[in-house]
Design a binder for this molecule. Structure first.
Ligand code: GLV
Ligand code: MN
Ligand code: MN
Ligand code: MN
Length: 428
């Protein structure tokens, strides 16, 4: 391997962009919705096929592959000092309904390619390098975001609830779904928790999912912090009834309560006075869901985020007050107000930031410091290791929709920065 001081001169990194693009395209074919959209839901048939595809690529890269009880996948390149905490990188490959092929995927396939790049360059790591594919970063199936990394970070409450209480919309328990995909041999999920000394650093490569890098013509975003996400589930109940026969003064319409709460979410978010506060109602279900029946039940799910945790928590409180007030005024019952998660923001580590920054300089790539408004597995890995994230530009900032796109050149830049950052961190 080349000596450490050579890492500060331009290394001869060759990214196989054509092959990487082929892998991105092939992975996108494991989807439950037609191209160009991608839908890949936790433990579905396509998810299992996609996992096989990833393990095969890790194997081809010469990594030794392991999986844990929820299907986080680890591919390890043993360093010359394997007893030292390793340097890890990775992301997710699950995809929300009708999304694109780059979210998460670039940080998994790109990470495997960064290992190939380092190997081709003749580099030999001191600390082991590890690529991680995290299970279910997206909350689609079980309503839990960053399920795999949240558990790795040691969430006792998640380990407990995965044992029994968690079911999907078809009433399939997490345990049964995980078993059907070949995981969860026992229901003790605490064995997924990471030891404190597992990793000396964690770095995630990801598309920006925003327009800043593209607009400013900058190659690399160096993430300094990840915004604080929260999600809430609310249920209202009313008497329902015939849409023609029940006159307006006699109604207690659970659907209208949900609609009013959705508008209240927007109002409270705007009241924060900061452009950094956001709120979304992406799910609104009415029961029985017939045009001529007054909704007797409604269910809404709220996503709200901010870079300022206190300000976000204040919005959550106001949403709760509104839910209580709306229910009372409309004579419906507030059947549930459940805060599913209320996560604090995460800060990147100074030394990891330095390593990423100097990698961009050595590689002669423009960069800027930025915050991540989307959440990532890095939000949880930051609890177990010094964390950093590398962003690359994506077309018009599009994400979570089929038009999501990142160019092969931008992806190659990200892979090079990741490779060099891993190399630097592995010699620390
Ligand atoms: C994850 O995909 C997010 O919603 O930020
Ligand atoms: Mn996503
Ligand atoms: Mn993602
Ligand atoms: Mn995300």
């Amino acid at each position: 391997g080349y000596p450490l001081h050579e890492i500060d001169s331009v290394p001869s990194f060759s990214v196989d962009s054509a092959n990487l693009q082929k892998q991105i395209d092939e992975l996108s074919s494991f989807s439950d919705s037609p191209a160009p959209s991608v839908t890949r839901i936790l433990y579905s048939e396509n998810d299992v096929l996609a996992r096989r595809f990833i393990k095969n690529l890790m194997d081809k890269a010469g990594l030794s592959v392991k999986e844990d009880a929820v299907g986080n996948i680890f591919g390890r390149w043993e360093g010359s000092e394997p007893s030292l905490p390793a340097v890890s990188t990775g992301s997710h490959i699950d995809a929300i309904p009708y999304s694109g092929k780059y979210d998460g995927v670039v940080g998994v396939l790109g990470a495997i390619e960064s290992i190939n790049v380092l190997k081709r360059s003749g580099f030999k790591p001191k600390r082991s390098l590890e690529v991680i594919m995290f299970t279910s970063e997206e909350p689609t199936r079980y309503g839990i975001s960053c399920l795999g990394s949240r558990l790795l970070a040691g969430s006792e409450s998640l380990a407990r609830s995965l044992k029994k209480t968690v079911v999907d919309n078809d009433n399939i328990s997490f345990l049964d779904a995980a078993k059907s995909a070949g995981y969860a041999k026992t229901d003790d999920f605490s064995n997924v928790f990471l030891d404190e000394k597992s990793y000396s650093a964690f770095v995630e490569l990801h598309i920006e999912q925003g327009p800043i890098l593209e607009n400013e013509g900058i190659s690399i975003g160096i993430v300094t912090a990840i915004a604080a996400p929260a999600s809430i589930k609310v249920d209202f109940g009313g008497n329902g009834g015939h849409a023609g026969a029940v006159l307006m003064p006699q109604r207690n319409d659970a659907g209208l309560a949900a609609a009013e709460l959705a508008l209240a979410v927007e109002k409270h978010v705007l009241e924060s006075g900061s452009i950094d506060t956001v709120g979304t109602v992406g799910i609104l279900d009415l029961h029985p869901g017939a045009i001529n029946s007054i909704p007797s039940k409604s269910h809404i799910e709220i996503d709200t985020r901010d870079i300022d945790e206190k300000r976000r928590n204040n919005v959550i409180e106001k949403i709760h007050e509104s839910a209580v007030r709306i229910a009372k005024r409309r004579g419906v019952e507030l059947l549930g107000f459940k805060i599913v998660n209320q996560d604090p923001p995460a800060l990147s580590n100074e030394l990891v930031i330095k390593a990423m920054e100097s990698a961009t300089q050595v590689l002669n790539l423009s960069s800027k410091m930025m915050i991540s408004r989307a959440y990532h597995d890095s939000l949880f890995m930051a609890r177990k290791a010094p964390m950093g994230m590398i962003f690359i530009p994506c077309y018009k900032g599009y994400s979570h929709k089929p038009e999501e796109y990142a160019s092969p050149d931008d992806i190659a830049n990200g892979v090079k920065v990741l490779a060099l950052t891993l190399a630097k961190l592995s010699t620390n």
